[in-house]
Ligand binder design. Sequence first.
Ligand code: NAD
Ligand code: GLY
Length: 358
Amino acid sequence: MQTVSIELGDRSYPIHIGSDLIGQRGLLAESVRNRAMVVTNETIAPLYLDKTLASLGNIPSSSVILPDGESFKNLDELNKIFSALLSENFDRNCTLIALGGGVIGDMTGYAAASYQRGVDFIQVPTTLLAQVDSSVGGKTAVNHALGKNMIGAFHQPISVIADMSTLVTLDDRELRAGLAEVIKYGFIIDADFFKWLEDNMGALLSRDALATATAVKRSCEIKARVVEADEREHGIRALLNLGHTFGHAIEAAMGYGHWLHGEAVSAGIAMAMDISRRLKLIDHDTEARGLRLLEKAGLPITPPTEMTADLFLRYMARDKKVLSGNIRLILLDGIGQAHVSQDFDHSALHATLAHFCD
Ligand code: NAD
Ligand code: GLY
């Protein structure tokens, strides 16, 4: 087991990464104060719920099983977590355990942020995407029909237990979607990691254990350093949203769940590269290199044909990065370098949208 620490003063926590961690007695139980509520979904429950409950040993614990899918990441389903907690008289010393991918992690985190004004929660991410991104950093949310992740809070977990053995049951499409967020770190911050990904994409796609562990650990280290520097996203943390302004528009406009989050982010990164090249921040060769890696990972580099420029603009206007009515984009300055901008030439954005949507 390897541990990456995230230092946030009295909200610091460990990110444990390794194999067979769920079954390791004590690891999960050591952070639970009195009672635990495991939140999971109907796909993950038959695979890992019994093991998780068993590893809690004598700690009184219950579970709530939600339907599976991004389309259920909403206030109605969130309410089921509150109903389970209230009907079983869980008090404010309880600990919620998010057993699942980013959907379960984001929902459980938001339930923990708001139940009795805030209780502890532990992230047990079971998708690659959740292990490299969503379980770390304390962003929690549910979707609204009008916008992705629009109802939420910052609430850090008290620990993250990334059991890589769970990835054996993850299907290939979900694995590839997780790789989009891994590649993102190379694009925005770490050119060496980008090169490593170019050299090791085959190993990652064939689920080589060492390559996967390296990618998960490096991703968590990068995310931990960014969150430590800017927990509430007043500056550098916004870079983690490379491709997300376009991607969130795709997810919401297509109907949640049709395009996976990672797939939408990948197409969004391709669009962010296009506009960065039009603004002369990167050259054709850099753009081509970026597209090659996304394609090598089996990810889309164009948005769905249903997306029009108007649809993009309508959803992008509601993005959380919009400030005072201005769309802010993450633009690339090269491989491993990016910045946030709101005063870019909007004709470049319109040209990008026309290029991808016409
Ligand atoms: P997901 O949670 O929907 O999981 C993907 C699918 O895999 C689901 O069907 C799930 O049931 C299944 N699954 C999960 N673990 C499995 C396993 N081990 N074996 C078999 N099947 C398994 O999707 P995701 O890609 O993990 O997360 C996407 C969500 O994360 C989006 O809602 C996105 O907005 C959010 N997100 C949040 C952050 C953040 O910082 N909070 C960052 C990135 C993404
Ligand atoms: N996934 C974006 C962030 O955590 O800030």
